[in-house]
Write a protein that binds this ligand. Structure first.
Ligand SMILES: NC(=O)c1ccc[n+]([C@@H]2O[C@H](COP(=O)([O-])OP(=O)(O)OC[C@H]3O[C@@H](n4cnc5c(N)ncnc54)[C@H](OP(=O)(O)O)[C@@H]3O)[C@@H](O)[C@H]2O)c1
Length: 257
């Protein structure tokens, strides 16, 4: 039996990863900030799928939280075979509307926590000659879209670069770039995503199925769903100014939190 650690496992994509991996018979470590919700989810997954599920309460915006994640994924006595760095969030507002402290928190959760946990996990995995890391980015990685898009572009570039550095070691790394997914993400950020057309919304379970299939194929980049594969191709070709203008209005109508 292998063990997967998923950050941000209490909701949305992280919960979908936990569900699918438990169904496949993997033991799990679930990480998030809300301890009560973590325990509820762990008990439910254990009862329905018969796998061992432990919880790790950690805030990845803090040094203590990042150290706890590093220590757990680097623990040689309790190997983690698959790390899914999924925890993330959006900020409410365009640049200069968002407090600098919130921008820095985003860089810490999306970049620093991913950098340090990938290093700790990959080192232990390389010693064992096997393992996988999925770092959840976004199609926003291909768009000029403030700190969010820039942090997701960093995740994507970083992950594909490390995948090349570790080629042949038995450690697989993949950046996952989904489009709009129905989760708690937009509500938590106080975003009214009502102007996002219905066809653009993806189901979290399907995104996870596509991601794990791409990881098994040895892909270093996964863009689930043909609609978004086509859009990602267009984004790479389109003029950056036009892309930035289209991006700045999309999914950014803000309602009360
Ligand atoms: N939804 C989309 O349209 C979409 C599209 C592309 C990419 N993504 C990316 O997918 C990932 C998951 O997002 P989601 O849509 O599933 O969001 P979500 O439903 O809001 O879930 C976010 C999860 O992250 C955890 N989390 C947030 N901040 C954290 C912190 N500081 N430390 C530890 N855990 C934290 C939350 O739990 P606690 O609150 O208990 O900590 C929760 O489990 C994110 O990286 C997001 O950027 C989402």
């Amino acid at each position: 039996m292998t063990t997967a650690l998923i950050t941000g496992a209490t909701a949305g994509l992280g919960a979908a990863f936990a569900e699918r991996l438990a169904r496949d018979g993997h033991h799990l470590v679930l990480l998030a900030r809300d301890t009560e919700r973590l325990h509820e989810r762990a008990t439910d997954l254990h009862d329905r799928h018969g796998v061992e599920v432990s919880v790790l309460t950690a805030d990845l915006a803090t040094e203590k939280g990042i150290v706890a994640l590093e220590e757990r994924v680097g623990d040689r006595d309790r190997p983690v075979d698959l790390l899914v760095n999924n925890a993330g969030f959006g900020n409410k507002g365009r640049f200069l509307d968002v407090p600098m402290a919130d921008e820095l928190t985003m860089l810490r959760v999306h970049c620093e926590a991913v950098l340090r946990s990938t290093a700790a996990a990959a080192e232990a995995m390389r010693e064992r000659g096997r393992g996988g890391v999925v770092n959840v980015a976004s199609v926003a990685a291909f768009l000029p879209r403030g700190t969010y898009g820039a942090s997701k572009a960093w995740i994507t570039q970083f992950t594909q670069g490390v995948a090349a550095d570790l080629a042949g070691s038995g450690v697989r790394l993949m950046a996952l770039c989904p489009g709009f997914v129905r989760t708690e993400f937009h509500q938590r950020a106080g975003m009214d995503a009502g102007n996002v057309p219905g066809w653009m919304w993806l189901d979290a379970g399907r995104v996870v199925d596509a991601a794990l299939a791409d990881l098994a194929r040895g892909r270093t980049l996964s863009v689930p769903d043909p609609r978004y594969k086509a859009l990602a191709g267009l984004m790479r070709l389109a003029p950056r100014g036009a892309l930035a203008r289209a991006s700045t209005g999309t999914g950014r109508r803000y309602g009360p939190k």
